[in-house]
Write a protein that binds this ligand. Structure first.
Ligand code: SF4
Length: 282
């Protein structure tokens, strides 16, 4: 089974700007790409998952590097990024839009480009699609329950959330760190995630996530000619530091293992749902 879909290269990378690294998740690739695009006129607006009080994720259109930095960091809850796609084009007048999303949102964006029913005048305005690795996601109340009831942290005290090394991590505004094993978070997952077989955002121009790279770095799949041109310009102009990805079991090996695990496990769930007559996504 093909683990990653089509790609041209895969590397480890991180933002060269320490300000971005400090505010972002892992290597800060999404923020660095957005900021590079906005500063160099390759993008004139980007869709971000901003956070409001109590760590609620809210989709917004950002048009400045400051707005991108304010929204940096993964929220680990559902954020309807695509709901502001039309606003970005019709109200903000974006002609070169950057879109970021989970693999399912990347698939939806590609579908909207290919079959623009209800999305007239939109396809040629999307300049870059960045996908985030995703094994599962949590509805807001599920995430809140994990944070408050399992980790004992009030949601308003959360500074940052993370998933890594088999655990869900909560960092508080007061410098404390709490964690629980990922297997304890499974009951709170969004149900649709159990029939999703895309881990590495196979239809994005660029896909990124922490798995497969050392702490503070991200793994980056460069998939399309557009994505390749964008990443190469970022490297040439000093926005990104890169190094070859570790091809061993803690690098590409673990990425492959997780991608195949998701495909295999969720393909079985799809078959099971077909057998008992429940709807499946294909
Ligand atoms: Fe979307 Fe799949 Fe991630 Fe769930 S697991 S949020 S369906 S990409």
């Amino acid at each position: 089974m093909d683990a990653f879909g089509k790609y041209k290269t895969v590397i480890s990378a991180r933002a060269a700007d320490k300000k971005i690294l400090k505010k972002s998740q892992d290597g800060g690739i999404v923020s660095a790409a957005y900021i590079y695009g906005l500063e160099n006129n390759l993008l004139d607006g980007v869709i971000v998952a901003d956070k409001e009080d109590e760590f609620k994720a809210v989709p917004k259109v950002a048009t400045t590097p400051e707005e991108v930095l304010n929204a940096a960091g993964t929220k680990y809850t559902v954020c309807s990024n695509l709901s502001v796609l039309k606003n970005a084009i019709r109200e903000y007048g974006c002609e070169k839009l950057g879109v970021v999303g989970t693999p399912c949102q990347v698939i939806a964006t590609r579908k909207a480009i290919k079959y623009p029913v209800g999305f007239r005048h939109m396809p040629d305005k999307i300049a870059l699609i960045v996908g985030i690795f995703c094994m599962e996601n949590f509805p807001y109340n599920g995430m809140k329950t994990i944070v408050e009831e399992h980790c004992g942290v009030k949601i308003e005290d959360v500074a940052k959330l993370d998933i890594g090394k088999g655990k869900f991590w909560v960092y508080t505004k007061w410098g404390e760190t709490k964690s629980i094993k990922l297997k304890e978070t499974h009951p709170y997952e969004q149900i649709a995630c159990h029939v999703c077989t895309d881990y590495t955002a196979e239809l994005a121009d660029i896909s990124t996530g922490s798995v497969g790279s050392p702490d503070g770095w991200s793994s980056v799949f460069v998939r399309t000619a557009k994505g390749e041109e964008f990443i190469n310009k970022m490297i040439d102009e000093g926005y990104l530091e890169t190094k070859p990805i570790d091809e061993g079991k803690f690098g590409l090996g673990i990425l492959e293992k997780l991608a195949l695990l998701k495909k295999d496990k969720n393909a079985k769930e799809i078959e099971h749902r077909k057998e008992i007559g429940l709807p499946v996504p294909y």
